[in-house]
Design a protein around this ligand. Sequence first.
Ligand code: HEC
Ligand code: HEC
Length: 329
Amino acid sequence: MDTSLKITLSLIGLSLAGLAIAQSQSPGEVKLPEFEQGKYVHEAPTLSDIENDPNLHKELRKVILKGRDMFMNTQQYRGEYVFNDMDCKSCHMGEGRLPWAAPVWPAATTLPDFRGKNQHVNSLEERIAGCFSFSMNGKPPEYGSDDMLAIVAYHQYMAKGAKVYDSNIAGRGFSHLGKQMPENISYDAGKKVYEDNCAVCHGQNGGGKTVDGQVVFPPLWGDASYNWGAGMTRIFTAASFIQNNMPLGQPGRLSDEEAWNVAYFINAHERPQDPRYTGEIKETREKYKNFYQWSLYGQEINGQVLGDHDNTGEKPFLKPEILKSRSFD
Ligand code: HEC
Ligand code: HEC
């Protein structure tokens, strides 16, 4: 047997052992949040729908499948569009289709729209560019390019049959736990949840696991993780994501309290600088306080002010050119 296969097998063994331990600790039922009444549910098309839809021109099918491949295997653009260890599907679970795991199709049915994060009306391309710039610590494909067209086509096709400009959507985003951090949230309790349930895959140092240059488990902090501008740095976003999607394969297993604590613990660690950094941490925090009020950026944790550095990780620049403001005045 070649070594890489051996290592992969032993990693799978390791993660299965992790799952078995986790399951034996809490045999309780998996509970996902119910859809709120009156919200509309959309079943996004599957791979087989894309492959078999008789109404798709073969050229269009090719483009949608390319977009899907970009979404699932974004690491093929490492050093071009992506400078960390993430694929789009690392956070948008189930091919970007799953409710409560930020399904991506709502962006195709509700944009263009005003976005609080950058204070102007955004297109679908711009929304996708946002996740490239922050979650992937990257540089988005140019607007109007072949690559941008392909990834847009995947999003648009996922919305097939959904209502346009109706934002009353069931299972959108991750935020079922609400925004407000519990007062008794605890770094130490979060550390314990992490060590017992997460470290087996994501590593003791949060760096994830890579085998022969292939990311097997993505990192949760450090240079190869999402940067300080990513939505996942908000404690409430991470808490809801984690409760519904982690540990892998056991959605809903953590209690609310465990999810909040471990989200706090993860996001109390360093990561690459926010592309919106002005060069001064206090000023940056103040300028984007509507966003940072939910994260620990600029706060002192264990004697260190988080985000007070010029480190952009593997990315050799701070801000992608493409992130511009827009005004119709
Ligand atoms: C580190 C985690 C992470 C990664 C990786 C990531 N995203 Fe996201 N994405 C988020 C979060 C968080 C949100 C906001 C969800 C919410 O509203 O609660 C989001 C939202 C979106 C939305 C808007 C969904 C809506 O409801 O309107 C789109 C579209 C999207 N992402 C596309 C992408 C694409 C394309 C990639 C890969 C280039 C990607 N994302 C990678 C975390 C991530
Ligand atoms: C069995 C292995 C495994 C365990 C255990 C596990 N994860 Fe994950 N986690 C993954 C994988 C794999 C992904 C990426 C999902 C994908 O690509 O399909 C992921 C993705 C994530 C992400 C989003 C991507 C990123 O790297 O930021 C977060 C946050 C996360 N996990 C947190 C946790 C937390 C917190 C725990 C413990 C409560 C945990 N995970 C337990 C395997 C695991």
